[in-house]
Design a protein around this ligand. Structure first.
Ligand code: ACO
Length: 353
């Protein structure tokens, strides 16, 4: 042992730096896409530190088609017993991986498993509905946006498990494999509870040519109590829909996929007469930017700018349109209060009023 062995910082690692996420591309022979997580505190604790190793690397690898996970812990030395130290790390991460559905250490077994699964993997067999398609701006490939009733499929699984303990729909299995990505890239994300909420929807964007997943979004609907009166009088039910977790996988960010997914979701809800409003749970700045840009483009296409009254009144240095008009427009475009106010402000600036 050397002097360095006695310095505690040499046995300490940032969990966010130690954890490496990789995707194995669909094309044979293409190199793995590797990137770091943004957040690891849900798994490794608020300090995001791991003690007891030198040169620690935790590999969490996914096949980019089936998303079958592979976990492998590497290091040059441990401070104490090797087996105990490894178990410590593994015990922290495995509760977040799909039970009985990941492979640890044995890379050859994992490759065999996902290659075999790839032979029959079919997006259309996931029980999702294809709701949109577009051409990727960066590669010209065709991307499909799919919507799946995740909560209902999980409930059906639970019912089936009464007689068949192993019953699991392909979509729920796929979700359990990918959901760790929400923790690693979305601040304050927690695992959604499928048992408590049958209304969870899962949106997935796939590259149609090679079947790789590029983005996901979870959403649910909730009763719009403000229209409860209308429902009592046997009018159509009214729901607000909420985007909960929204993620474009890091290698595919900045290519328009987030915008395409958001727009597909917005359009579907806009067309649905039972949906009164689109809301978003704790959006971050990047999401808000993306949403503003797409909402403004949507409003432009819909002719909203032409509808803004020609002479909004002034109050000091504030521009005013009537509350009544603003509410009418907000309802028409199914936007929530905060978002509509932001957009209106930007629209007025844009119109130079
Ligand atoms: N070619 C190149 N660049 C493009 C293209 C294109 N065709 N289209 C858009 N862009 C640029 C945009 O101009 C924008 O640039 P900007 O950063 O200068 O504004 C940028 O790419 C982002 O737009 P998109 O590509 O449509 O968005 P992206 O696919 O990167 O998705 C998102 C945005 C969802 C925030 C993504 O980056 C992400 O998942 N980040 C990590 C997780 C996260 O923060 N999620 C949101 C949390 S909040 C919540 O979940 C409710």
């Amino acid at each position: 042992s050397t002097v360095e062995d006695f310095q505690p910082q040499n046995w300490q690692a940032s969990s966010t730096e130690a954890l490496k996420i990789s995707l194995i591309p669909a094309a044979e022979g293409a190199g793995a896409l590797q990137f770091s997580p943004t957040f690891t505190y849900p798994i490794f604790g608020d300090e995001e530190q791991i003690y007891g190793f030198r040169d620690l690397v935790i590999h969490l690898v996914f096949d980019s088609v089936t998303f079958k996970p592979f976990l492998n812990v590497k290091y040059s030395a441990t401070a104490g017993d090797d087996v105990d130290a490894q178990r410590d790390v593994i015990d922290k991460i495995t509760p977040f991986l799909p039970e009985g559905d990941f492979i640890q250490r044995d890379e050859a077994a994992w490759v065999d498993a996902f290659m075999k699964e790839r032979e029959t993997f079919d997006i259309n067999a996931l029980g999702a509905e294809r709701v949109d398609e577009y051409k990727g701006a960066a590669d010209g490939a065709t991307y499909g946006v799919y919507r799946a009733p995740l909560g209902q499929l999980a409930a059906a699984d639970a019912a089936a498990q009464a007689t068949n303990p192993g019953a699991q729909s392909p979509l729920v299995r796929f979700w359990k494999r990918i959901q760790i990505l929400t923790l690693l890239f979305i601040e304050a994300a927690t695992y959604i509870s499928l048992e408590d909420e049958p209304e969870w929807e899962l949106y997935l964007t796939f590259n149609e040519a090679d079947r790789t997943l590029v983005g996901l979004c979870t959403a649910y609907k909730y009763w719009d109590y403000r229209d409860a009166g209308a429902f009592d009088s046997s009018e159509a039910p009214a729901y607000r829909k909420k985007i909960s977790q929204f993620l474009v996988l890091p290698p595919y960010q900045g290519q328009g996929h987030g915008s395409a997914l958001y727009n597909a979701i917005y359009r579907g809800w806009f067309r649905d007469s039972t949906v009164t409003e689109l809301t978003v749970e704790e959006p971050n700045e990047a999401f808000d930017d993306m949403r503003d840009r797409n909402d403004l483009e949507m409003l432009e296409r819909a002719g909203f700018f032409a509808e803004v009254p020609a002479e909004p009144a002034h109050s000091g240095d504030r521009l005013l349109v009537s509350d009544e008009w603003a509410e009418q427009m907000r309802h028409k475009y199914k936007l929530e209060q905060r978002q509509f106010s932001r957009l209106l402000e930007m629209a007025l600036l844009h119109l130079g009023r």
